[in-house]
Every structure is written in structure tokens, then in C-alpha cells.
Design a protein around this ligand. Structure first.
Ligand code: TPP
Ligand code: SF4
Length: 346
């Protein structure tokens, strides 16, 4: 099959064609259902034939995802989806490879693998379902659980400072960093599609409700009454505005973000911070918006594309290197392994 055949779009494919024949084994009401549905919808819109798509996951409730998609898939080893997905992408760079992971899978046991796939910039969207808990193992705290959280493994409250996954991805120099949520299907679809279109590792944190072991962890950001005041939906080249009547804005006072009233502070839309997801310095500041929302003067939580940039992808560099050394007087594998720096000990 040629590369052209593989990427040829199938215009007639429907979301239901991406549903597998497996019984979905998530608890009723789990946020994972919404993410599955929106993923099936955007895959149909993207139109890549199912047989040219591979979903790779680690271990966790979220990592059962590949079973429920009628594409190729691998439910792999805890925390190791990035390593296996990188191998697939290197062997078959023309395939559309996706990673599904949870906050435990990606940030506890798989923390190391995650940062390395991001810095290598393998061309793969990485969907991190963050429910701030270990769901599959029935409710232990995770690296994103809030301080003080009482869980099965923290009966007196967690003492650990939680990761901000978006800031971690920025620190690992990811070339695409975004946040979305299970309860906003339209936004979720938009971000999934943008992640697919990005050439490079696309890190997407998805707030996902685990209604059994951590119900309501994100309700302040997802519920109709509180969402407008505590969330900041980023739009490219638009001012940072939020609130029920879009009555609040954010301006930069030097490098410090400042919330201003658009009604009575004397500041207007022209004074506000304009979102530019390609500005790395501004993105670094945006990624730090991680206040406890109930704290006085808390900055709203940003949703959308926080950062995007271009850097060569790992698989392209590998193939380029192979081409560059072909026909040159290179060493054999045996020569490399035994080289000049091995000794025989008698
Ligand atoms: C090597 C290894 N260590 C620990 C476990 C137990 N284990 C299975 S899933 C999991 C955490 C899953 O949490 P998360 O990634 O947040 O996924 P969720 O179930 O919440 O979707 C753990 C610790 C395991 N399966 N393998
Ligand atoms: S335990 Fe939580 S994350 Fe796992 S399927 Fe049930 S609701 Fe979803």
C-alpha cells in the first residue's frame, strides 16, 4: 500500500463505524463515555480509514479506550504507552497513532516516558484523562489529587503538592499544549481535531469526572452556574475575557497577570492580554494559572490551546539520519557493540 492510499480520506465513514463490538465496561455516568463519543465523531470527520489508525494506551479505566474503537489498538503496559506508540510511529510513520492515558498512568509510573516523548516531539496526539484519582484500582490518590484530599491511600488527607499537567508539558518543551473537559463536547471536539492536525506531540489534558471515586472534582469548571466565572476559554488573537456577562478581563502588568473589571476599572478590551498560542513566554504564564478557584482573586482556569509551535518530528529525523548515512562507510552493529572500549576479564 502506498502512502497516498493510506491517507486517502473516506468521506462516507460515520461515527458509528468507529464503535467496536465490545461491551463498554465503564461505570454508568463516567466522563470517559463523552470522550469516547467525541473521539468517534471527530475520527469520522477527519475521515482517515479505520485500518490506518492505532490507539495505544497504558493501564487504567481510561486505558480501556482502544477496546471500544473500531480501529487498531494496543492496551499495553502501565505508563509505557509512549514507548510503544513511539515504536509504532517509527515503524509505520504514515499511520495515525494516538495515545490514551490517565493521570496515574501518565504522571506516576509513566512520568518519565511522558516527558521524553514530549521532548522528542513524536507526531502523536496524547490524550491525558485527568480525574485526579486512580479509578481502576478503586480510589487511591494520584499525582494530580488536590492537597488534603482524603482517599483510600490518604486517609488523613494528601500531603503531596499536585502536578499541573499543562505546566509539566511546557517544561518538557511540548510543541502543542491544550486543556479541555469531558462536559463541553464542542470544545473537546475542537481541541481533539487541533491536536490531530498538529505536526508533533500534541499534549491534551482532559478534565474527566470519575463519578464513583472522585465525583465533582471539576464541577466548579463544568457546571452552568460557576463555569463562566472560573474558566477562561482561549480564542486565538482575542482578548482574555471571562464572566457570566464577559465582564472580567485579564491584562498584563509587566509579566504579572491582573484581573480587571471591564465595567468600572477604567480598563477596556484594548487594554487586555491578547491570546497568541505561538508566544512561548505568554504561554508559560498562562500555564501557571492553576489557583484554587475558591481562593480570593484566583485566576480563572484556561481551556483551549495554550501553546503551539513547530519543531522537527522525531520520526522524520530518524528517517533523515538513515538516508544520510546510507552508502557511507559505516560500522556494523558488531563493530559498534564490541568497539574499542570492551575488555575481556579473566
Ligand atoms: C506495574 C503496575 N503497577 C500498578 C498497577 C496498578 N494500577 C492499575 S491502574 C493504576 C492507576 C490508574 O490510574 P489512572 O491512570 O489515573 O487511570 P484511571 O483508572 O483513573 O482512568 C494502577 C496504580 C499495575 N496495573 N501495574
Ligand atoms: S471507576 Fe471512575 S474512572 Fe473508572 S469507569 Fe468508574 S467512574 Fe470511570
Amino acid at each position: 500500500m502506498t502512502q497516498e492510499d493510506i491517507t486517502t480520506k473516506n468521506a462516507t465513514i460515520q461515527p458509528k463505524d468507529f464503535a467496536s463490538d465490545q461491551d463498554v465496561r465503564w461505570c454508568p455516568g463516567c466522563g470517559d463515555y463523552s470522550i469516547l463519543k467525541q473521539t468517534q465523531t471527530i475520527l469520522a470527520e477527519i475521515g482517515i480509514p479505520r485500518e490506518n489508525i492505532v490507539f495505544v494506551s497504558g493501564i487504567g479505566c481510561s486505558s480501556r479506550f482502544p477496546y471500544y474503537l473500531n480501529t487498531y489498538g494496543m492496551h499495553t503496559i502501565h505508563g509505557r504507552a509512549p514507548a510503544i506508540a513511539t515504536g509504532i510511529k517509527l515503524a509505520r510513520p504514515e499511520l495515525s497513532v494516538w495515545i490514551i492515558t490517565g493521570d496515574g498512568d501518565a504522571l506516576s509510573i509513566g512520568g518519565n516516558h511522558l516527558i521524553h516523548i514530549l521532548r522528542r516531539n513524536v507526531n502523536i496526539p496524547i490524550l491525558l484523562f485527568n480525574n485526579e484519582i486512580y479509578g481502576l484500582t478503586k480510589g487511591q490518590y494520584s499525582p494530580t489529587s488536590k492537597e488534603g484530599m482524603v482517599s483510600k491511600s490518604t486517609p488523613y488527607g494528601s500531603l503531596d503538592h499536585p502536578f499541573n499537567p499543562v505546566l509539566l508539558a511546557m517544561g518538557a518543551e511540548a510543541t502543542f499544549v491544550a486543556r479541555t473537559m469531558d462536559r463541553d463536547p464542542a470544545h473537546l471536539r475542537e481541541i481533539l481535531k487541533a491536536g490531530h492536525l498538529h505536526k508533533g506531540s500534541a499534549f491534551i489534558e482532559i478534565y474527566q469526572n470519575c463519578n464513583v471515586f472522585n465525583d465533582g472534582a471539576f464541577e466548579i469548571f463544568t457546571e452552568k452556574d460557576t463555569k463562566p466565572l472560573y474558566t477562561l476559554f482561549l480564542e486565538e488573537k482575542q482578548p482574555l475575557v471571562f464572566g457570566k456577562n464577559r465582564e472580567w478581563g485579564i491584562r498584563l502588568d509587566g509579566y504579572k497577570p491582573q484581573i480587571v473589571s471591564l465595567q468600572d476599572s477604567g480598563f477596556g478590551l484594548d487594554d487586555l492580554w491578547i491570546h497568541d498560542s505561538r508566544d512561548r513566554y505568554k504561554a508559560q504564564i498562562l500555564a501557571t494559572f492553576f489557583d484554587d478557584p475558591r481562593k480570593e482573586n484566583a485566576l480563572p482556569r484556561p481551556f483551549g490551546i495554550i501553546y503551539q509551535s513547530q519543531r522537527p518530528c522525531y520520526e522524520d529525523l530518524v528517517y533523515q539520519q538513515i538516508e544520510n548515512v546510507k552508502g557511507k562507510n559505516t560500522k556494523s552493529l558488531k563493530e559498534i557493540i564490541f568497539g574499542t572500549a570492551t575488555w575481556e576479564v579473566h
